[in-house]
Write a protein that binds this ligand. Structure first.
Ligand SMILES: C[S@@+](CC[C@H](N)C(=O)[O-])C[C@H]1O[C@@H](n2cnc3c(N)ncnc32)[C@H](O)[C@@H]1O
Length: 294
């Protein structure tokens, strides 16, 4: 069923995800963030025979990895945003789903692609879009007004030096040396905040979130889309990687009485996993069951 793919991404908390999703034969599972199918390639055998896996990823590169791993008639994979789930399901004739997984953010494969601009050492243009023909490339976001740039760093990165960094970006632009690559951005931020990776990380995170409208999509998915596609008693698992994302997930699960939260405090990776896969350190897994009110 599975063939080898060249993906390097290691799935986060796979044992916890598989256990808490309470997988069984015959279920319909929606993996909104397929990535390289690290989770889904372990989910599919647990729902067969009779089960169906529907997966989406916005990034054609990641969908290629997923297809290489999940070549099975009971796996239907789409290049789409998870927020398109209502249309995807109705076009595929699927009435509802029993399990949902959202493993938010970006994969190690995207980070490692030096042409995408996600990593600090990326050599190509500062793009950062998951989907190459949708959204605004990060370099274009940096052509906006100083106030708008600062607002991105504040809203999506909670960066205290947002105003000063934005002012420096505009100064460089006006002096004919605009920030165009990841390396340009790192040196610009470090010229303001010193050689400290925390502000650089926050600024990169903020631009990526803005370029992909990530947080708006998470909110829309949890608040509007899932209630339309979930079967009663369905279970949703969401893994987030920073506090802004986790707050949205926590509040969405709390604000709709249809959700019964199964994790009062989020599940985090065990020390042994963090040692092998440091990317799992900030991950927070929240689970809720959908019990719509009659
Ligand atoms: C952390 S990775 C998922 C890794 C995957 N669980 C695995 O184990 O291989 C997140 C993936 O979500 C995708 N993604 C982000 N936002 C998305 C959206 N709105 N719709 C669909 N895919 C999205 C990214 O392109 C990326 O491939």
């Amino acid at each position: 069923m599975m063939t080898q793919s060249a993906a390097i991404h290691v799935p986060v908390m796979p044992r916890e995800v598989l256990r808490l999703l309470q997988l069984e034969q015959g279920l319909t599972v929606f993996d909104g963030t397929l990535g390289a199918a690290g989770h889904s390639s372990q989910i599919l055998p647990r729902i067969l025979p009779g089960g169906l896996l529907i997966g989406t990823d916005r990034d054609p590169m990641m969908l290629g990895f997923a297809r290489a791993r999940l070549n099975h008639p009971q796996a239907m994979l789409y290049r789409a945003s998870y927020t398109d789930a209502v249309n995807i399901l109705s076009e595929s004739g699927v009435r509802g789903v029993d399990r949902v997984l959202l493993d938010l953010g970006l994969s190690s494969d995207q980070l490692a692609d030096r042409n995408r601009g996600f990593g600090f050492d990326a050599g190509g243009p500062l793009d950062m879009r998951f989907c190459p023909d949708e959204g605004t490339p990060a370099a274009e976001l940096l052509l906006r007004s100083q106030e708008q740039i600062a607002a991105i760093f504040t809203s999506w990165g909670e960066e205290p030096a947002a105003d000063r960094i934005a002012a420096e970006i505009v100064r460089l632009r006006n002096s004919g040396a605009p920030v165009q690559t990841a390396a340009d951005l790192v040196s610009c931020v470090e010229s303001i905040t010193g050689r400290n990776r925390t502000p650089v990380t926050r600024v990169f995170q903020a631009l990526r979130i803005a370029a992909n409208e990530e947080l708006q999509r998470v909110s829309a998915m949890l608040e509007t889309v899932l209630p339309q596609i979930l079967n009663p008693h369905a279970i949703a698992a969401v893994i987030s990687f920073h506090s802004l994302e986790d707050r949205i997930v926590k509040n969405a699960f709390r604000s709709n009485p249809g959700w019964k939260v199964l994790t009062n405090t989020p599940v985090t990776a065990q020390p042994a996993e963090i040692r092998i896969n440091p990317r799992s350190r900030p991950a927070k897994l929240r689970i809720a069951r959908w019990e719509p009110q009659q």
